[in-house]
Design a protein around this ligand. Structure first.
Ligand code: NAD
Ligand code: GLY
Length: 358
C-alpha cells in the first residue's frame, strides 16, 4: 500500500492507495469519530461494495443511504435525502459520513458532511478512477444547478481517502477513460516527467495493467496533494487543476447533465485549451498534435459537441474563475506548464470554439 499526505496543518490527512483496502478494518478505524456511521452510495455501487464495507464497519451503528445513479441527480433535492436519512436515524454530531462511490457520490456526501449539524467527520472511499485521482482529494464538495455546474458547494476536507484499486475491475471502459482525462491533466499542467511516462504507458493504462494504474493514481494524487497543500481555497495555483474545465463544464451544462461524462467533457476542453494556446503562439501545432494523440490513445474525444459558439460563451461565463465579468481560462505556456489568464483575444476564442466541434 502507498500512503501520501495532504499537508494542511492540523487538518492534514492520508491518501491510502492499494489493492483490497475496503476489507482492512484497521485502516479505517482510526478515522471513525464515534460509533455512528452513515455510508452514502448509489444504486450501482452499493450492490457491488456496500456489503464488504458494512462487514468492515461491524461493531458500529452503520446505516446507508442510497442515491440514484447519475450526474443529473447531483442536486440539492437529492442531497436532502441524505439529511433526511441522518435525521430519521437521529444521528448526532459524532456521525462519520463515508462516501462510497464515484465523484458524484463523493461531492454530495462531502457537501452533506460539511452541512450536517454544521460539519461532521467525513471519509472518502472513491470507486472510479476519476474519483481516485481527483475528486476525493482536496475537499471540494458541491451539487449542480441547472444554470451551472458545481455552483453550490463548500470546501470540506475528508479525514482520509481510501483508494482501493481492486474496485476498478468493475468499472466500464468508458468510465476508465474518463478518469484518464484527469490523469493526463496533471501531466499537462505541471509534470513533464509524468507526461512522458503517460506517453510511454498509455496502452498499459487503458488495458488496466495493475502497476500502471497504481503508478498513475499515485502520481496524480501526489500532484493534487501538492497543489491543494499550497493553495487549499483556490486563491492562485489551484485554479490550474481546472485545465479544460471551463469548456468542459459548459459542454456538460449545455448538453444536459449526464449526456457527456465529466472526464469526456474535460478531455474535449483540454484540447480546446491547447488549440487556443497554439493560436496565441504559446505552444506549437506539434504540441497540439501531441495532446490530441494522447487523448485519442486514451479513447477520449478531442472535439466537443455541436453547441452554438455564442451559447458556449454564455455557459462559460457561469464559472467560478470569472472575475469582474471576464472569463479566465487555464491555458498552456508549454506542455507541462499552465497559467490562468484573461488575456486572450476574443476572436481567437471564437476560432477555437468554431474549429473544435465534431
Ligand atoms: P460518477 O460518480 O457518476 O461515476 C461514474 C459511473 O460509474 C456511475 O454510473 C457510477 O455509479 C459508476 N461506478 C462508480 N464506481 C464503480 C465501480 N467501482 N464499478 C462500477 N461502476 C462504478 O462519475 P465520476 O467520473 O466518478 O465523477 C464525476 C463527478 O466528479 C462530476 O460531478 C464532477 O463534477 C466531480 N468532480 C469533482 C472534483 C472535486 O475536486 N470535488 C474533481 C473532479 C470531478
Ligand atoms: N478538480 C479541481 C480541484 O480540485 O481544484
Amino acid at each position: 500500500m502507498i500512503t501520501l499526505d495532504v499537508a494542511l496543518g492540523d487538518r492534514s490527512y492520508p491518501i491510502f492507495i492499494g489493492e483490497n483496502l475496503l476489507e482492512k478494518k484497521e485502516l479505517i478505524q482510526p478515522y471513525l469519530a464515534g460509533s455512528e456511521v452513515m455510508v452514502v452510495s448509489n444504486e450501482t455501487v452499493a450492490p457491488l461494495y456496500l456489503d464488504a464495507l458494512m462487514t468492515t464497519l461491524e461493531g458500529r451503528r452503520a446505516e446507508a443511504v442510497i442515491l440514484p445513479d447519475g450526474e443529473q441527480y447531483k442536486t440539492l433535492e437529492h442531497l436532502n435525502t441524505v439529511f433526511t436519512a441522518l435525521l430519521e436515524k437521529r444521528f448526532s454530531r459524532q456521525v462519520t459520513i463515508i462516501a462510497l462511490g464515484g465523484g458524484v457520490v463523493g461531492d454530495m456526501a462531502g457537501f452533506a458532511a460539511a452541512c450536517y449539524q454544521r460539519g461532521v467527520p467525513f471519509i472518502q472511499i472513491p470507486t472510479t478512477l476519476l474519483a481516485q485521482v481527483d475528486s476525493s482529494v482536496g475537499g471540494k464538495t458541491a451539487v449542480n444547478h441547472p444554470f451551472g455546474k458545481n455552483m453550490i458547494g463548500a470546501f470540506y476536507q475528508p479525514g482520509c481517502v481510501i483508494a482501493d484499486t481492486s474496485v476498478l475491475n468493475t468499472l466500464d471502459d468508458r468510465q476508465l477513460s474518463a478518469g484518464i482525462a484527469e490523469v493526463i491533466k496533471y501531466g499537462l499542467i505541471r509534470d513533464k516527467v509524468f507526461l512522458v511516462w503517460l506517453e510511454q504507458n498509455m496502452e498499459a493504462l487503458v488495458a488496466r495493467d495493475t502497476d500502471a494504474l497504481i503508478y498513475a493514481i499515485e502520481q496524480s494524487c501526489r500532484n493534487k496533494a501538492e497543489v491543494v497543500a499550497a493553495d487549499e481555497l483556490e486563491h492562485g495555483q489551484r485554479a490550474l487543476l481546472n485545465l479544460g474545465h471551463t469548456f468542459g463544464h459548459a459542454i456538460e451544462t449545455g448538453m444536459g447533465y449526464g449526456a457527456w461524462l465529466h472526464g469526456e467533457a474535460v478531455a474535449a476542453g483540454m484540447y480546446m485549451a491547447a488549440d487556443l494556446s497554439c493560436r496565441l503562439g504559446w505552444i506549437s501545432q506539434t504540441d497540439v498534435a501531441h495532446v490530441e494523440d494522447l487523448l485519442t490513445r486514451a479513447n477520449l474525444p478531442v472535439k466537443g459537441p455541436a453547441i452554438d459558439p455564442e451559447k458556449m460563451k454564455q455557459l462559460m461565463a457561469v464559472d467560478k474563475k470569472v472575475q469582474d465579468g471576464r472569463i479566465r481560462l487555464v491555458l498552456l505556456k508549454s506542455l507541462g506548464d499552465a497559467v490562468v489568464t484573461d488575456h486572450f483575444d476574443a476572436a481567437l476564442l471564437d476560432q477555437t470554439l468554431a474549429q473544435c466541434q465534431a
